[in-house]
Design a protein around this ligand. Structure first.
Ligand SMILES: [Zn+2]
Length: 319
């Protein structure tokens, strides 16, 4: 994308990358998580949180069932709660490794466990967490606890982490880029749209309120109708491809003519909507296969009519 805003948004170094999963050794790809270790002295309750666009995570470590240490981290506003949950698990596993302690890690986030166990994730970040779990596999277990049932203070700490946690830099997930880019593109599109003043834009403006995803039309016949640019004598005449703007039937041959009026395309006509109903009508038309089919046939006919008008001796017709 060209604009500086888009460049900022798409700073490639700030986005989580996809890695080739074929290069990950099978034992790290599909992991069997260790069940709860019974003779351990440490438990780590992990939790991620996202409130008001702020993301953070907390790890509450218990020693012999007594609170031992809490760690609170604040992430970038672009990070997801899923990343926060995983980062918390990764931190707990890293802590076990660093201190060479056996730790039962508890999470209330089933998706994190699934992601760690699954061979699917391509995210570099998710795979880095899997790597830490793999390295600490002889020391840690990872089990799911029902939300609020584990350590009641844990959730509160995770919420607190979103504001006062120590800053930790994680790349933005791909989903965030998608989330941000979509409205950005629509906004840019809208600006572009509002600045244009051509006859086709004015025509489309009478049929649709604003730009939007639904406006990504792939059917060329529908585009012919919306823009008025297509195999119509009136349109070809504007570009000196036909001598006259009229249809063989004698009337002006434009997009509306063939769909609503022309005697030569009668069997494919649609009922012309009243001016005030046009926008609703076009909305319905897009999902009406029978109507679209008629529109296509009607314009296939107008195309033939244009061809016959050209061969009838228009001196300026293209070969
Ligand atoms: Zn006609």
């Amino acid at each position: 994308m060209r604009s500086s805003e888009a460049q900022l948004l798409l700073n490639i170094n700030r986005i989580d990358k996809f890695i080739r999963t074929s290069e990950i050794p099978p034992e790290k790809k599909i992991m069997e998580l260790t069940g709860k270790i019974n003779d351990n002295t440490y438990d780590a309750y992990t939790d991620g949180s996202r409130i008001n666009n702020e993301t953070g995570f907390a790890i509450c470590i218990f020693k012999n069932n007594e609170p031992y240490k809490d760690f609170l981290y604040k992430l970038n506003p672009t990070n997801s709660v899923f990343q926060a949950e995983l980062a918390a698990i990764g931190f707990a596993a890293g802590w076990a490794l660093e201190h060479n302690k056996q730790v039962n890690i508890h999470t209330d986030n089933q998706s994190s466990i699934e992601a760690i166990k699954s061979a699917e994730p391509k995210s570099e970040f998710v795979n880095s967490i899997k790597e830490t779990i793999y390295s600490s596999r002889l020391l840690v277990s990872l089990t799911w606890v029902k939300a609020h049932a584990g350590n009641p203070g844990n959730e509160r700490q995770a919420k607190l982490a979103t504001t006062i946690g120590q800053y930790r830099d994680l790349p933005s997930p791909y989903s965030y880029v998608k989330f941000k880019i979509k409205p950005f593109i629509i906004h840019e599109w809208e600006n572009y749209w509002n600045q244009l003043n051509s006859s086709s834009i004015i025509r489309v403006g009478t049929l649709m309120d604003k730009v939007g995803k639904k406006f990504l039309i792939v059917n060329k016949y529908l585009i012919y109708f919306l823009s008025g640019h297509g195999p119509f004598p009136a349109y070809l005449h504007r570009f000196h491809l036909l001598n006259f703007p009229s249809c063989s039937c004698g009337q002006v041959g434009d997009a509306d003519h063939y769909l609503f009026n022309c005697t030569l395309t009668k069997e494919f006509h649609l009922k012309k909507p009243a001016e005030q109903n046009k926008k609703l009508w076009i909305k319905n038309l897009m999902h009406n296969k029978i109507a679209i089919n008629k529109l296509m046939k009607s314009y296939a006919n107008s195309n033939n009519i244009c061809d016959s008008l050209k061969t009838l001796g228009c001196p300026c017709a293209l070969p």
